[in-house]
Design a protein around this ligand. Structure first.
Ligand SMILES: Nc1ncnc2c1ncn2[C@@H]1O[C@H](COP(=O)(O)OP(=O)(O)OP(=O)(O)O)[C@@H](O)[C@H]1O
Ligand SMILES: O=P(O)(O)OC[C@H]1O[C@H](OP(=O)(O)OP(=O)(O)O)[C@H](O)[C@@H]1O
Ligand SMILES: [Mg+2]
Length: 419
């Protein structure tokens, strides 16, 4: 039953501008006019006798004080109030945190954080969006429970902590950072010297109920499913937070199940991958809570905008804009030469525009400037083709965004929401 408590506040209130409620109940009116309650939604249980609330202080303050609010006595029932803000959870630390903020910035969605220890921030371009910094595992957990609406994490984390939940939906599956794969690693030496595949590992007669294959991993959900699926009968999974590659040499595990990117950590610890031993490929993904997308149009709208920005930027990253002056009789003739003699027609076709030269005071057209987009790896090939087709003075510049007419991923998202 919800109750309206009477409250006593303890602690210094100096400098407080607003109160953040990490959980959900309506406390707004009791807090006094000097506070702005940003999430006035808390479920209060009659058993709760006190709540600790984190308070956001004025920008000049560097500390994050805690305000103790004692709740005592029954009051009149309160109606729970729906959250109206949109919550985006981002990784709070490590390589994903940096890369995520980098991508947001590149998409003109800079995240404003008042100080590094603060876990809430905002994005001036996305009004009504709160950014919450969380450990990657918590980003997924909170997405599942609906405490946040959208988030960015590694696909590995999504699968491990999301546990194939139907409440989660991927909005963008390839953000272009945190690329790695989750794989089994075994020693290159000793009894594993001639073991090169998952089947060979499973078939080793050594593994029994009393002496199972010991695998250390941070991915116990995915690991268990994977090993069961591949016929491992006697396996013991254990877990550790990092430096798993040390376990076989220490004798505390036979194999590891961990992320591999360059392969250096495996190699430096005398471990190897085996064929069939890769569980999944991973990179940063943009995920949302399905119910939030379906039931709150404003969440779907923000997801759409972020998706469009990500797509426009990530597509552009792989291409150059190329401008070349071409001698020609007409714009059509130049366009035909590009379309027929080169492999790079541009997005819909080449843009062709006249170049006016000064001929005794009269503007004359002998050249046409063509503009096309070229995939980065094919740049030199494109320049060669353009030269052959009569191009001179080729200018190459980076592309920042390519906004297509529509975003295929958005269409896919709408399909997924119907399912
Ligand atoms: N070697 C790697 N190369 C690329 N991406 C990686 C690598 N290791 C991890 N990742 C990706 O980054 C995410 C975060 O990794 P991890 O949790 O190990 O954080 P971290 O940045 O290493 O910090 P810490 O391990 O100290 O908590 C992983 O879920 C995965 O998606
Ligand atoms: O194939 P590589 O390029 O060598 O990368 C793989 C390593 O990167 C990650 O560790 P991380 O650097 O995050 O250290 P941690 O174990 O402390 O998390 C992962 O857990 C591997 O150990
Ligand atoms: Mg790590």
């Amino acid at each position: 039953m919800a109750v309206a408590p009477t409250m006593t506040m303890q602690g210094s209130l100096a400098g407080l501008q607003q109160l953040e409620l990490p959980r959900t109940s309506y406390l707004g009116s009791q807090l006094g006019s000097q506070f702005r309650v940003r999430q006035p939604c808390v479920k209060l249980s009659p058993r709760i006798s006190s709540l600790k609330l984190h308070c956001q202080v004025s920008p000049s303050s560097t500390t994050l004080p805690q305000l103790n609010v004692d709740i005592s006595g029954p009051g009149k029932p309160l109606q729970p109030v729906e959250r109206t803000t949109i919550r985006l959870a981002l990784p709070s630390k490590g390589r994903m945190a940096e890369d995520t903020l980098g991508l947001m910035k590149d998409c003109q969605l800079s995240v404003r954080k008042l100080n590094p220890r603060q876990y809430i921030a905002d994005i001036s371009e996305l009004k009504n969006v709160e950014v919450w910094f969380q450990r990657a595992s918590d980003v997924v957990r909170k997405l599942k429970t609906g405490d946040v609406d959208m988030g960015i994490v590694g696909y590995d984390m999504l699968r491990e902590y999301g546990e194939d939940s139907e409440d989660l939906v991927i909005v963008h599956d390839a953000l272009g950072f945190g690329e790695c794969h989750l794989a089994i690693g075994i020693p290159t030496y000793g009894i594993f010297e001639n073991i090169n595949s998952l089947n060979e590992l499973a078939a080793m007669p050594l593994w029994t109920e009393d002496r199972p294959l010991r695998v250390v991993t941070g991915y116990t959900y995915l690991g268990k499913k994977f090993l069961e699926k591949h016929g491992f009968k006697h396996v013991q999974l254990s877990t550790a937070d990092g430096a798993l590659e040390a376990a076989p040499a220490m004798g505390t595990a036979d194999a590891i199940l961990d992320l591999v990117s360059s392969g250096t950590t495996l190699r430096e610890n005398n471990l190897k991958e085996i064929s069939g031993g890769a569980v999944l490929s991973s990179q940063g993904v943009f995920v949302a809570n399905k119910k939030a997308l379906l039931e709150r149009k404003e969440v779907l709208d923000v997801a759409h905008e972020m998706l469009e920005r990500f797509e426009a930027h990530l597509t552009a990253l792989g291409q150059f804009t190329v401008v070349a002056n071409m001698r020609g009789a007409s714009a059509e003739e130049v366009a035909e030469r590009i379309l027929n003699n080169t492999s790079y027609p541009g997005l819909q076709g080449p843009t062709v525009s006249p170049v006016y030269t000064n001929e005794g005071g009269t503007a004359n057209v002998d050249y046409y400037a063509i503009t096309i987009c070229v995939p980065k790896p094919q740049l030199y090939h494109a320049v060669q083709q353009l030269r052959k087709a009569g191009g001179s003075g080729v200018l190459v510049s980076p592309l920042t965004y390519i906004f297509d007419e529509e975003t295929p991923r958005y269409r896919q998202l709408l399909e997924n929401l119907k399912a």
